[in-house]
Design a protein around this ligand. Sequence first.
Ligand SMILES: [Zn+2]
Length: 435
Amino acid sequence: MSSSTVTPGDTLVIRGGTVVELSPPGLRREDIVIREGRLVEAGEAGPRASTTIDASGCLVMPGLVCGHGHLYSALATGMPGPTEGPTCFTEILERVWWRLDEALDEPSLRSSVLVGALGAIRCGTTSIIDHHASPSFIDGSLDVIAEALEEVGLRGVLCYEVTDRGGLPRRDAGLRENERFIGRDLPFARGLVGGHASFTMSEETLEACVDIAKRQGSGLHVHLAEDAADQRDSEKKYGLRVAKRLARSDALRPRTLLVHGVHLDAEERDLVASSPSWIAHNPRSNMNNSVGYANPTGLSERLIIGTDGIGADMFAESQHAFFRAREQALSADAGQVLGWLMKGAELVSELFGQTIGQLQPGAAADVVVLDAQLPTPLTAGNLPWYWMFGLSSRMVRDVVMGGRVILRDRQFQTVDERAILAESQEQARALWSRL
Ligand SMILES: [Zn+2]
């Protein structure tokens, strides 16, 4: 829709900015040159770039990754609460989220994803690892999400939440949706095998998920011990704690993404740490649901940060991770937390088969320009601390994903933002009335 969209063969140059690498931290003065969706050597710009973004006085950094999100919940902002307030975690699911996801249809899902994608891009987030549920609209739901993400310009790792809570036909539809979508070949989307959580998955259901992962060379994306209720259920039904149950079923696989891990004992933490799986820490969600602290320090080499559906502002989420870690122990280090945030880009890199999260030649051109008028000197040494105390998603001015200019001077270049928001107002009203 706009001349700022870079067509194949064109060159995009982000000129005059300070390039900021986040992991490991580094600063350099360099122009970023982009062709065919990737960064190329600075000398390859040629005499005249097709498109130039002037980043003088700005910071230029890699696009951020939301390591665990729920785009289906984007229309929940401001939603009326349940008539009877929840008193525990399972009541939060039953009275809020399982009523919302049941009420989603195709138009409301599409609207929700578009709104969520707009919010992510505005925060400099260019990839989201999403965990989806819409039990009244399962078949093709992941295609609707992928299309809406592509329309806005967000990279997605998608899955459908398999669960027994809606009965066998819906469970089987969820399994089919995962396997079908993983088999699709899309430029900006990949699939995982979604599972809700141990306490809503029988042995047969868990095994069916693992089977798909094995057949497809994929992994599971599943909530793990978010609340003590998940442990109680597993011990009662299977005589095993949750992480051990997943390990026994061979679910702790190389591309598996576990989520939360709040209620793991020392043995389970060791099991997760020594497995090849990844784990997503979601500090704001854990605080909001009052489920406890999933102390991430020492939990895994492959620990990443997600929002669990509270938007996709990874500045805010990583800052909350930092402050919550500091509350726990004064030794918590900003560099460690920034490392967790950027670890998400490693998982996305593996799933897309290209480098994401680094501004080096050959890497995917997922680039964010921050209009950051800084009051004090920024160096490679103080960058993690500057991140926690002095940088914010409000500084995001331009966003490029896969070489496409998505946001320029804070204006969307790919979609009509006002039209999407006008539609989402209507969709949200209708969705809330169906609850
Ligand atoms: Zn979640």
